[in-house]
Write a protein that binds this ligand. Structure first.
Ligand code: NAP
Ligand code: ZN
Length: 350
């Protein structure tokens, strides 16, 4: 089916209107008319070829919300008209130990990303949510239980929400724990909201003086300007867990020294250039860990969506028409977004 989209033909080219084809729904497929799509920093890294390996044409977008317009004969969990979401995953092998454990993002045979992943459909790789509609295997479709009026602000939960929720849960953020969130962008602002909602003492680390009051409003108990060594020093050796969402290469030692004995800093940012090698003495003397985490599985993504729906948690967004996507990327690059751009997909056909 012919579908309007926005994509790029090369890493140094702007995004432009492009017509793509979506398959007719197969027996297990759900066809979704996309209402809104969040703009993740991973979209920018990929479309501008910062990580290498980008397949062109590239249509990014993995924070998708919309409505079901058709379902395949064997689909029982969804019907036409349902409000649904699609995140970063649209496929996995379904038979390795990771998939069996509900951890499709760690599929041992390689998960299929919502964009830039391998696909049988033309053009041979998946094309994401900067498009009118998408057709997805029902196992990778999520139910949205928030009120319809909040739909645009729900979109970023599909990546920014789950990427922060999953490590916060894995490392047991909750009452009695001191948790730091580094980088108050799309992921970080959700990290602050979620750590606060889980009951942890939440400290926001930002390089932007202008985000100090916002971070408190998002739910942080304290805010630290990470460029200020005196402010940092006050927290030395005090954190159970730090979630680092920064999208650029930076000095990790400034944060590992804030961990308690046995504390962990989990990295989720994937910068274009590597971080300077961390000081291992700081890890050894204190049995501290640096870890990583990738989005979250489908069952946990549904759990996160329901957790947020029950508590009225959504993302703080700035809505844009698709025609402003390159300007939005430039602002995101400068840490100038409060706190997630979301595309109004109606603008694709306006
Ligand atoms: P974002 O909205 O651009 O936020 C990143 C934040 O990092 C900025 O707002 C800024 O916060 C801080 N920052 C930027 N440059 C910095 C620098 N040079 N030094 C220190 N802090 C800096 O990006 P995002 O969408 O949240 O994504 C963050 C990263 O996570 C990206 O690399 C993305 O690809 C990655 N990601 C990973 C996963 C995963 O599964 N692991 C999933 C999604 C995204 P302040 O202004 O507060 O300092
Ligand atoms: Zn993302």
């Amino acid at each position: 089916m012919n579908t309007k989209a926005y994509g790029a033909h090369a890493g140094d080219k702007p995004l432009e209107p492009i017509d793509i084809q979506r398959r007719e729904p197969g027996a297990h497929d759900v066809q979704i008319e996309i209402a809104y799509c969040g703009v993740c920093h991973s979209d920018l890294h990929t479309v501008r070829s910062e990580w290498g390996g980008t397949k062109f044409p590239c249509v990014p977008g993995h924070e998708i919300v919309g409505h079901v317009t058709a379902v395949g004969a064997d689909v029982t969990g969804f019907k036409v008209g349902d409000t649904v979401g699609v995140g970063c995953l649209v496929g996995s092998c379904q038979h390795c130990s990771a998939c069996d454990g509900g951890l499709e993002q760690y599929c041992e045979n390689g998960f299929v990303g919502t964009y830039n992943g391998p696909a049988a459909d033309a053009p041979g790789h998946t094309l994401g949510g900067y498009s009118q509609r998408i057709v997805v295997d029902d196992k990778f479709v999520l139910k949205i239980r928030h009120p319809e009026a909040q739909l645009a602000a729900v979109a970023p939960l599909l990546c920014a929400g789950i990427t922060t929720y999953s490590p916060l849960r894995h490392w047991n953020a909750g009452p009695g724990k001191k948790v730091g969130i580094v980088g108050i962008g799309g992921l970080g602002h959700m990290g602050v909201k979620l750590a606060h909602a889980m009951g942890a003492h939440t400290v926001a680390f930002t390089t932007s003086e202008g985000k100090r009051q916002d971070a408190l409003d998002l739910g942080a108990d304290e805010v630290v300007i990470s460029r200020n060594p005196d402010e940092m020093q006050k927290h030395a050796g005090s954190f159970d867990f730090i979630l680092n969402t920064v999208a650029a290469s930076h000095d990790l030692d400034a944060f590992t020294k804030l961990l308690k004995r046995d504390g962990t800093m989990c990295l989720v940012g994937v910068p274009e250039h590597p971080h300077p090698s961390p000081n291992i003495g700081q890890l050894i003397f204190g049995r501290r860990s640096i870890a990583g985490s990738l989005i979250g599985g489908i069952a946990e993504t549904q759990e996160m969506l329901d957790f947020c729906a029950e508590r009225g948690i959504v993302s703080d967004i700035e809505m844009i028409p698709i025609q402003q996507i390159d300007a939005a990327y430039d602002r995101m690059q400068k840490s100038d977004v409060k706190y997630r751009f979301v595309i109004d997909n109606a603008s694709l056909t306006a």
